[in-house]
Design a protein around this ligand. Sequence first.
Ligand code: GLA
Length: 347
Amino acid sequence: MSEHFTASAPGRVNLIGEHTDYNGGMVLPAALAVGLEVTLAPRGDSAVAVSSGGYDAPAIRDLADEAVGDWADPCVGALREANTLGLLDGGATLDVVSTIPEGSGLSSSAALIVAVLKAARAAKGEGPSDVELAVAARRVENNYMGVPCGIMDQMAVALATPGTAMALDTRLLDYTLVALPSTHELVVVHSGKTRKLTDGRYAARKVECDTAKRYFGTEDLCLLDWDDVVSADLDDAPKNRALHCVSENIRVHSAIAALGAGDMPALGGAMNESHVSMRDLFEMSLPEIDALVETATELGAVGARLTGGGFGGCIVACVEKSAREYWLKALLDRHSDARFIDAVGGV
Ligand code: GLA
């Protein structure tokens, strides 16, 4: 490559606060050690040439191309956005090296878009703040890729720092970094079931939330009162989605307080309740994932839950550091499709 610029972004795990980020609520993601690095060389034409060790074949596209539903879409979308922001004037050659498993709910797509935008900012030598880049990265997902996601993943991969979780108010984009416990680890285990945010189930949940939003005349389902939702004259699906949002938001606040106080049983309790709510009210789990979560707690995790957009992907479990090795082995022995991905904790 000729003159080139490098940027990286981590994967993220969400400790608690699922589907609250487009409903006016709180989330608590943390950066993972798995991540990706993008090397960008600006080009004089409008071509987008992407190569990556982790994917099948290099992709040659053009900035004018619409999304086609493959792995290069985030790159094309991010470069279009970089042009709109004035960071580049044309296409680019990109090389991507990633250790984030795709389809796992660990934000491989957000990390790729954010890293391309950061590399483009480096090429320009100046530009938008990390928060502004996160907002731009969400636009790529929403408007170019057609994924109606919230802002959590982009903020997490653009700004989270190792050893901390990001307590993010998605309505205001205010956040504080909360230290992770030194006694416990948050362990990420893949269920073996992959999924794509573009497969329609995520969008279906968004539509049900929109129905509840219209009924209550608010964008912020998470801030509604539980009893008002219970007594609303709404169909079961939108009502249950809204009930999940209301209770999940309260659980995120409890989890942040628990982390601050080093109260791991309270954090674990909130995680367990979150899983039940995702399973029964938001209906975003799968039997295999419920079984994995159940074994995780049976084997001694203080809490465990599905993490990410749902319908597959990973669980996150809070496990005492000293017990982790035995716990993990016993869990993987009983779930042959599951595999260890990463673990985060404090020092
Ligand atoms: C995906 C989306 C996020 C968020 C989660 C669910 O990761 O990209 O915006 O909605 O699902 O919490």
